[in-house]
Design a protein around this ligand. Sequence first.
Ligand code: SER
Length: 344
Amino acid sequence: MTSEAKRRTVLLTGAAGEIGHGLVHGLRTHDDIRIIATDLKEIPEGTRSLCDEVHVGDVCDEGLMQQLIAMHEVTDIYHLAALLSTRAEHVPEIAHEVNVGGTWNLLKLAAAHSASHGRSVRFVLPSTIAVYGMDGAEHKERAGAVSEDDCNLPTTMYGANKLYCEHLGRYYSNHYRRLADDRGAALIDFRSLRLPGVIAAETKPTGGTSDFVPEMIHAAASGHPGTCFVRSSARIPWMTMPECVDALLAIGRADRSKLSRSVYNVAAFSASAGEVAEVIRTHFPSSSVDYAIDENRQDIVDSWPADVDCSRAASDWGYRPRWSLEEAFEHYIVPSIQTHYAKA
Ligand code: SER
């Protein structure tokens, strides 16, 4: 354990969510890191017990966030709290308040904390494929694997919020108070990953538009009939939760001098709902899937790219996808989900 590592304290927001659950477990394998976790909801016991402290509270609550950052001398922030794409379309104003307001609040407070301590705060923000906006099915097909700077025309509140937060983070990192005479070193070291649909075996997603795949998998594994709210041809990129956690930890630890940008695509494979359903059937032969199309959610998926180009993440900080669709089922999804439902 290095003395540098010993001094790191992570503030993790959205700890009761799916990625929060995975990331707390991933961070805990480095027991030299202190974890201060927050969420608006009660944090489940399995995650709570791995944290040094937990606080129920709102990321927009300036007083609470300031107290947590200052009291614990936070060095790293993993800011996961957000309203996902489907939920955000039902309450767009609240989504903006939480997704943008919460991020801005934390960036502001972290910058002030950093200024008074003379050490920049590392800020990791999960972003999303929802920042892309494809102009119809033909464009989606033609574009193939999109690069970070292409097609940045989101059609959802969630996508617009995350795209803006990426820019805000880059601003605080590289240009904050650029005209001030007393401007010193960077106060924030901002890094962000554009996550694809994430598939977890131990938890079920809520409020996202990529939920159609995890929902089908969990239905099959728990012996229930599955329903898919998009057409079998609907295709986006994916990764499993262990790969997502590893990628977030890796971007958090990456040597700043190797990072040529602040935002990177990551994904493991591209697959359509129908292709995933086929693999589900080979592992759970008695499972069934009924397609009940929600045209509005289909439209959202149609606006997201079929695949993303991860070459920048590969060359800057060594990102490598671990599993193909079939390997993900074989090595992670099936064994872990069977254990999960056997315990339930
Ligand atoms: N999983 C997110 C959602 O569906 C997309 O990144 O909203």
